[in-house]
Design a binder for this molecule. Structure first.
Ligand code: FCB
Length: 785
């Protein structure tokens, strides 16, 4: 790894927001905000008690060498009723803070709205009322008049998408509304407030003003794995629509003074267009000096006929939001540094005149407080990888002037309260003691160097644990593996050392391997439900990805008890660094025996018994839901299901998805159990359903094989498909498109599963945080429905 320096004058800083850190919600005349009401006292006060400890926090930043601090001003602290009476002591607080920052050599960057609307304004309609935008402009003036002489960088809004859509459409944020109309209207009024606020700041003489947007690239699940792939034609519209709702809804008005043409019908359908008045967009589109970019994670979608709209994205009917086959933070947000480069490339291409600043980027990981600090290697890697991506984008011409890390302190993460840890400084919320994590010290070095050093942060290793506990490495590994022959005292000492050092046994399991072999076992259980196509995709893609990463693959067939024993022995003997396991159908002990070896294992399919072993699965329940919904949309009301053995997890999930959908509609299920997974038993189950008291007008089969049998039975009974009986299968095997008529079914991604498996194992071998990957399925509508 080489040293990577940033351009001279590049600004290094941190961001926070008022509600998340200040506390003191009813001190010195502050009025209530919508977040106080939403939190109902569960969080928000004392938060980080920053209102009283600001001087210490500024000193902390000074010690870290922070050059810019982006904070937000709490509107209800300044104007307790939102307008009218100004609260002097509230302004005094920001006045002191700014002086302290300047004294410490830190540039203050002020954000005027980071979501804490005065409750009094909410009572008058909040952001659904146009008046709120005008009140905002007055508030901007009041704040500027007090600290504008010393603050030269201003942001009107932080992430209006979140405030409008999570606050008013999905309701997971304050004020907790669930109305698509309110969300679009609020979004417009926030944009208008931005325009009016910008005008106010400019009139008063602000040196530099802009807005902060949360931007995410919108991609298909396959593109996330390989960005050189084109968007498949069938997904193009879904991708564009979500990009419009999430990104362009704000970029275009602010930077071009117009709404995207494709957005207007979506707004109109939900809210009409009456709230958008002549002249609004001219005001919203006045030039800004700086666009703040908050980047955390990409969005993955694909087209899915019959998918209902996601509540946070009104207008997203027919779009499926997918989980992403990659490592995630504790928050579950996929880690994808190249997503930052995509956002920046797009901005440079489409809005080349705009100056940019990364105003937020960071990660929530669980921290372990140890006797000698907090070794948050995952957070360091996250920031480091994003900085590398950023540096590349700057080389490519992106006009990025600085990077502000989210966040200085562990703080209130909105509706998640105190449990999220985004800080580079740990806060003990009982004592309010601050403790810089390793990431803070690392960031200090980055700032000092104006770039990244050649060294990678080191995780505590087995050796470190052994040294701390005063035992041998073998003993540590015995304890970590849960082996019995260790005395209770020694075990306690080792576990204490593990805890104190923040050694993560899971992520660091590879260090249990005393010698890297650079070999990986691909264990295939045969025969297996789910078909040859999947097995051969696994062999092909897992091999090519892992070989590409320099691993040798040992292919091992697990078909007999003896072969299971041989495989376990091989892994126990540390002949491999990791295992990709295609587990046997149904209950088995192979998975458990392999994971007990301590060598990283990743599984295909959700295990029957819940466990911590990372696995790749497909959204079986979601596919069954889409299939059943599709039949309902076609007017079918008597829907039978042909079900295979429910001790297979996938079959059980499919059945559950089907039953849940019927239940939502108040419909009664009709279940026929099939024997083996073939046409014969599918036909028998269909005959049973069709000759029952109430004959179905549709059949959903949990596999294509069973569905093909059902088609045959229907034909033999003289029923027309789909007129008399609609049929849907699951799997999209090759034969599904060759039946007469061709079968409607749910496609299960084979290559994507295989790629995700390989990537998951590489993440594990890298000692990265991993969690299960669930890939989307897709309804393929053909002539049987
Ligand atoms: C952003 C918010 C910020 C913080 C981070 C994690 O969306 O702007 O306040 O919650 O996410």
């Amino acid at each position: 790894m080489r040293t990577t320096l940033f351009p001279e004058g590049f600004v290094w800083g941190v961001s926070t927001s008022a509600f998340q850190i200040e506390g003191a919600t009813d001190r010195d005349g502050r009025g209530p905000s919508i977040w106080d009401a939403f939190a109902g006292g569960a969080y928000g006060d004392p938060a980080c008690d920053h209102y009283l400890r600001h001087a210490d926090d500024v000193r902390l930043m000074q010690d870290l060498g922070i050059a810019a601090y982006r904070f937000s001003v709490s509107w209800p602290r300044v104007l307790p009723e939102g307008h009218g009476r100004v609260n002097g002591p509230g302004l005094d607080f920001y006045d002191r803070l700014v002086d302290e920052l300047l004294e410490a050599g830190i540039a203050p960057y002020a954000t005027l709205y980071h979501w804490d609307l005065p409750q009094a304004l909410q009572d008058g309609g909040g952001w659904t009322s146009r008046d709120t935008a005008h009140h905002f402009a007055v508030y901007a003036r009041v704040v500027y008049d007090r600290i504008g002489d010393r603050v030269d960088t201003w942001f009107t809004f932080n992430e209006p998408w979140v405030a409008a859509f999570l606050g008013h459409a999905s309701g997971v944020h304050a004020p907790g509304r669930r109305s698509a109309s309110d969300a679009f209207v609020s979004a417009h009024h926030m944009l208008l407030a931005h325009g009016l606020g910008l005008e106010a700041l400019r009139e008063r003489g602000a040196a530099r003003a802009g807005v902060v947007l949360n931007l995410s690239p919108v991609l298909t699940p396959a593109q996330l794995g390989d960005m050189s792939l084109d968007i498949p034609e069938e997904d193009a519209e879904a991708v564009a629509r979500i990009d419009t709702l999430h990104n362009r809804q704000f970029l275009e008005p602010v930077l071009r003074g117009r709404y995207p043409a494709e957005l207007l019908p979506l707004i109109e359908k939900a809210a009409g267009l009456g709230h958008i008045r002549d002249g609004d967009l001219d005001l919203i589109g006045r030039p800004i000096d700086l666009l703040g970019v908050n980047y955390y994670t990409p969005i993955a979608v694909q087209a899915q006929p019959s998918a209902p709209a996601d509540p946070a994205f009104p207008g997203s009917e027919g779009v499926l939001f997918c989980s992403v086959p990659t490592a995630v933070t504790a928050m579950g947000w996929p880690i994808m540094p190249s997503g930052l480069s995509l956002v920046l490339r797009r901005l440079s291409e489409e809005y080349p005149e705009t100056e940019l600043m990364i105003t937020e980027n960071g990660a929530d990981f669980e921290d372990v407080v140890t006797g000698d600090g907090i070794h948050d290697v995952d957070r360091i890697s996250f920031v480091e990888e994003h900085l590398r991506a950023l540096r590349t984008s700057i080389d490519e011409g992106a006009r990025v002037r600085g990077y502000l890390l989210w966040s200085l302190l562990d703080c209130v993460e909105w509706a998640d309260g105190y449990r999220r840890k985004f800080g580079i400084v740990h806060v003990d919320f009982t004592t309010q003691r601050r403790l810089p994590k390793d990431s803070a010290l690392w960031y200090r070095d980055v700032i000092k160097r104006n770039g990244l050093g050649a060294e990678r942060p080191k995780r505590p290793t087995l050796e470190t644990v052994a040294a701390r506990a005063g035992v041998s490495r073998a003993t540590v590994s015995r304890v970590v593996n849960g082996e019995a022959r260790v005395s209770p005292d020694v075990r306690a000492a080792v576990l204490r050392a593990v805890q104190e050092l923040g050694y993560v046994p899971n992520a660091a399991a590879r260090s249990l391997v005393t010698r890297r072999t650079d070999s990986v076992a691909l264990v295939l259980s045969v025969p297996r439900h789910g078909g040859e196509a999947l097995t051969s995709a696994v062999v092909q893609y897992v091999t090519s990805v892992l070989e590409g990463a320099g691993k040798r693959i040992t292919l091992m067939l697990a078909d007999t008890a003896e072969s299971h024993r041989r495989i376990v022995r091989h892994v126990e003997a540390r002949q491999v660094d990791g295992v990709v396991l295609v587990p046997p159908d149904g209950p088995d002990t192979l998975t458990e025996r392999l994971t007990r070896t301590g060598v990283p294992v990743v599984l295909l399919g959700k295990p029957a018994i819940a466990s911590l072993v990372p696995h790749v699965d497909v959204d079986n329940a979601g596919g069954a839901r889409a299939a059943t919904r599709h039949l309902l949309d076609r007017g079918r009301r008597r829907i039978g299901v042909i079900c295979g053995p429910t001790d297979l997890v996938a079959v059980k999930d499919r059945l559950d998805g089907h039953l849940a959908t019927l239940h939502e509609e108040g419909l009664r299920p009709m279940i026929a159990l099939a024997g083996p997974d073939d046409g014969e038993s599918g036909a028998a189950a269909a005959r049973e359903l069709l000759s029952g008291g109430q004959a179905p007008d549709a059949v959903f089969a949990v596999s294509d094989e069973l569905a093909i049998g059902a088609l045959r039975a229907a034909r033999e009974m003289g029923l027309r498909v789909p007129e008399d009986l609609a049929v849907v299968g699951f799997g999209d095997i090759h034969a599904a498109s060759c039946t007469t008529p061709p079968l409607t079914t749910v496609r299960v991604p084979a290559a994507d599963q295989a790629l995700a498996l390989a990537r998951l194992l590489l993440s594990r071998l890298d000692g990265r945080h991993t969690s299960p990957v669930v890939l989307p399925t897709r309804l393929v509508v053909r002539a049987t429905t």
